[in-house]
Design a protein around this ligand. Structure first.
Ligand SMILES: [Zn+2]
Ligand SMILES: [Zn+2]
Length: 144
């Protein structure tokens, strides 16, 4: 399944998507505000923008649920982090250092680059900070 424009999610919104996924797919506006230390109105604005982009379903005064597209992108964001963190761990970074370093630039790495790194690492199952999911186009080898 391919979705357009997924590399255009800003770093901040990528963090929100990941947070909602880790929270089970639904959050209240105040959860986002409290977790990221932003005002409820800023959180509401971000949620509205992400709803307009088709990433969330926004229920005013209740919260936000990930759409299929939002969930797909959130999974990619987690997978990208874990593949890059594993890569850095091969170059002498401790798990904590690898995660911190990757957080500095991970949002700018394309899906194609992630897939190529994943393939070159042999489609690893575990990173330094969790399981790595694999997906079609990268990890599911065509049947021979
Ligand atoms: Zn990590
Ligand atoms: Zn892979």
């Amino acid at each position: 399944m391919e979705f357009q424009g997924e590399d255009e999610v800003s770093p901040r919104k990528a963090e929100y998507l990941k947070y909602i996924l880790e929270s089970g797919g639904f959050v209240k506006t105040t959860d986002i505000a409290n977790n990221f230390g932003i005002s409820p109105s800023t959180a509401t604005k971000a949620i509205r923008e992400m709803a307009e982009a088709g990433l969330l379903i926004h229920t005013p005064y209740a919260g936000a649920t990930l759409t299929e597209k939002g969930e797909h992108i959130a999974h990619f964001i987690m997978r990208r982090h874990r593949i890059l963190a594993l890569l850095f761990s091969h170059y002498g970074f401790t798990p904590g250092e690898a995660c911190a370093e990757v957080k500095r630039f991970e949002y700018h790495v394309s899906r194609d680059a992630v897939n190529r790194i994943c393939a070159s690492l042999g489609h690893p199952m575990m990173s330094v900070c969790g399981r790595i999911e694999h997906e079609e186009g990268c990890c599911i080898e065509p049947a021979e």
